[in-house]
Design a protein around this ligand. Structure first.
Ligand code: HEM
Length: 518
């Protein structure tokens, strides 16, 4: 009798457990999305219909696949429909602000400049999206870009001095040396008697910026830097292909072929970083300690006794991964698209070369004082960042119920801020918003537009790019030296196919012709 009642009790408990799990699944997969859709509709925000589990991911995948097949006229800067076909379609159907579903996650697309500013400037309430996918940490490292709260404040405080203007002044020479090294490689590629050098320059810029970050931030060798770059580039491919798949927690531990490859690459990256750190630890000297570059700043922090100024060794390894990755991709993309624009606009290329020859001569490595005189180059880089800025969207998540303008955003909602669209908004930039016109920046950014925060390539607010000045000094150094030594033109093989590979990439690279000068 007693046994039967125990069994009954267990059955009831089990049933309750199963019912609660079914209820939770129904809530997450069905009821919550329906409830939130209604809540947003009341505020005048609608969007594509939610589909169980996948949300709108399948539609996004399909639209992107179709868009990837089209090739644009190189003179057209109307790239938004190709890069973000999903947002292009939904904006035309539902307006500037709409709701869509990343799996079961509600995501609000905000392209209004004032609302975007409020979200990005927020210190509390909107944070970077907490990362769930393990491949993100494998690729980027659990460093500054992904940490939050007190850890982020501590890291940002420790790392800021490594990017001060004083430090940057000392970096132009090594940046110039790396650039000369790659010029040597390019010249070697010239076949017998040929005047022109034909190269796929986006790959070359990737190698160059990897070398520059390895040299200036970590003091590591060219070979070590290139090895790290190779492993991270391969890791990146896995990450991009997984972006439109639904992530099932637990699958990261299964020895699938993809996971085995990810683990192998991760091990390679970690070992390279450990070798770079060990070599710096061994070379510590009495006068300069560990040095004042990024790695030196972090290793000095490892010895600090104050919690606010201390970094653990595991944190340093993660930051190395983070900075190594962040430091190579974005600037190489800025250089790539600027090269494309200057190849298409030969008149501007000539004007810039003249300015460079006047202010810096024909073979001098530029310094930071020279850069303040290169007004036209600054205008061209601003215009390049506006039309083809490497970071094309910024994401945030509401950690509590928030109000942005008239909008009520429930906790857990993601926000997408589409820089690519906002940077070509005719209402803000004028009728010629899609045109390459560096002259719009003749009297500074504030005079180029009607909104004070219209140009956001490095973002604004607490999480804005820590290395903005580093990136600009690097881009100006490389561009100045290219203009001194080569004339650029597009190869007839170039296909104008900008694509969203996390940053804005040319899908088939950028083949160009270099004509050595003098
Ligand atoms: C043209 C080049 C670059 C562009 C356009 C760019 C753009 C950005 C943007 C838009 C953000 C903010 C992302 C967000 O709010 O979610 C950011 C953050 C960041 N960037 Fe850059 N970046 C560039 C170069 C670099 C370089 C060269 C480095 C490293 C040496 C770097 C390191 C970082 C880091 C660590 C963060 C995270 C900052 C934080 O959360 O506190 N960036 N960058």
């Amino acid at each position: 009798m007693e046994l039967i009642s125990t069994i009954n009790l267990l059955t009831i408990v089990l049933l309750l457990f199963v019912v609660s799990k079914i209820w939770k699944a129904c809530w997450i997969l069905l009821l919550r999305p329906l409830m939130l859709s209604k809540r947003f509709k009341k505020q005048g925000i609608s969007g594509p219909k939610y589909k169980i589990l996948y949300g709108n991911l399948s539609e996004i995948k399909k639209m992107k696949k179709e868009a990837d097949l089209c090739v644009l006229d190189p003179n057209s800067n109307d790239i938004f429909p190709r890069v973000f076909p999903q947002y292009h379609q939904w904006m035309s159907q539902y307006g500037d602000t709409f709701l869509f579903w990343t799996g079961t996650k509600p995501t609000i697309y905000i392209s209004n400049h004032e609302l975007a500013k409020q979200v990005l400037s927020s210190k509390f309430g909107f944070t970077i999206i907490p990362v769930k996918r393990p491949e993100v940490f494998i690729l980027f490292g659990k460093g500054l870009s992904f940490i939050q709260g007190d850890d982020w404040i501590r890291h940002r405080r420790i790392l800021n001095p490594a990017f001060s203007m004083d430090r940057l002044k000392a970096m132009t020479q090594p940046m110039g040396d790396c650039t000369l090294r790659i010029f040597e490689e390019w010249r070697k590629q010239r076949r017998n008697g040929e005047v022109l050098i034909k190269i796929e320059i986006s790959k070359e810029f990737h190698k160059l910026t990897a070398d520059i970050i390895a040299t200036t931030a970590f003091g590591s060798s060219y070979a070590e830097g290139i090895e790290l770059c190779r492993s991270q580039t391969e890791l990146e491919k896995y990450y991009i292909s997984s972006l439109t798949n639904v992530f099932i927690p637990g699958t990261q531990y299964l020895p699938t072929p993809t996971n085995l490859k990810l683990w192998e690459l991760h091990k390679k990256v970690k070992n390279s970083i450990k070798r770079i750190i060990d070599s710096r630890l061994k070379s510590k000297c009495k006068t300069y300690g560990y040095g004042d570059d990024l790695l030196g700043v972090m290793l000095t922090a490892a010895k600090s006794n104050e919690y606010e100024r201390k970094m653990r060794m595991d944190e340093i390894i993660e930051e190395c991964k983070n900075f190594y990755y962040a430091g190579q991709g974005t600037t190489s993309i800025l250089l790539t698209w600027t090269t494309m624009l200057l190849s298409l606009h030969q008149g501007w290329q000539e004007k810039l070369r003249e300015e460079v020859f006047n202010e810096c001569g024909k073979d001098k490595i530029p310094d930071t004082d020279t850069f303040s005189k290169l007004k036209l180059m600054n205008m061209v880089l601003m215009e390049s960042l506006r039309l083809y800025g490497p970071v094309i969207k910024i994401s945030r998540e509401a950690t509590q119920d928030m109000k942005v303008g008239h909008l009520e955003i429930p906790k857990g909602t993601s926000i997408i801020i589409p820089l690519l669209k906002m940077h070509r908004d005719k209402a803000i930039w004028g009728e010629d918003a899609e045109q390459f016109n560096p002259l719009r920046f003749e009297n500074g950014i504030s005079q180029a537009t009607i909104h004070p925060n219209a140009l956001l390539p490095f973002s604004i607010g607490p999480r804005a790019c820590i290395a903005k000045n580093f990136a600009m000094v690097e881009a100006k150094t490389v561009l100045t030296m290219i203009l001194q030594q080569f004339q650029l033109s597009l190869s007839p093989e170039y296909k104008h196919t900008p694509v969203d590979h996390f940053d804005l990439f040319p899908q088939y690279g950028l083949p160009v012709m270099l004509h050595p000068l003098g």
